[in-house]
Each structure stands twice: as C-alpha cells, then as structure tokens.
Ligand binder design. Sequence first.
Ligand SMILES: [Zn+2]
Length: 120
Amino acid sequence: MHELAICQALIEQVERVARQNDARRVISIVITVGPLSGVEPQLLEHAYPLAAAGTLAEQATLEIETVPVRVRCRSCSAETDASANRLLCGACGDWKVDVIGGEEMILKRVELETSTSAVH
Ligand SMILES: [Zn+2]
C-alpha cells in the first residue's frame, strides 16, 4: 500500500524532530499535499494510525492541507493556479506551462509535548 509507505516515512521524519527536541510525544502533525503529488489525502488519513502505532506520534492528530497546482506560462511568464487535470495558463490560456507547485508533500508543522518539568 503506497500511502502506508508514505506515512511511515512521514512518521520517521516526525520522530526525528521529536527526538531532537526531547519530546515525550507528538501532539499534532500538519502536512501540505499538492494535487499532483500522487498522494490521496483520504488514504493517507486511513494509513496514518497504522504507521503511527507504537511511535511517539501514536496519539497525534494528522491535519492535511491541500495546496493548488501552480504553473508558469512559457508564453506570457504569468504564474497562476491551475487544476490538476487542466494545466493551462490562467492568464492567456496557453498549454505550454511548467508546473512550479502542487507536486509536493511537505511536513509543515509538528507540535510536540516536551518534558519541561525536570527532576527524575
Ligand atoms: Zn500565459
């Protein structure tokens, strides 16, 4: 399952951040997913608890923000939003565009619970 592998990679990244910050657990995770990333947000949500089980992120909530596809036109150089199945320049309608956004899946924010109260 594609999304499970993605989730596991995501959790690994989150756990690295958590360890660097001496966190006890992860409270929430926010990621940004572009329509061209090949990642299905709903499947990701389903796969997340499986990937997070037994990790510092087990109790964490996953928030997925979707971002629009961005294209840069080769004819008029405009940078506009486009839909994933219709990659056209929003300014002049030309199809000769380069995709400059919407292919990414980024770990945007991690909220951690750290043990600030010392003395063990
Ligand atoms: Zn254009």
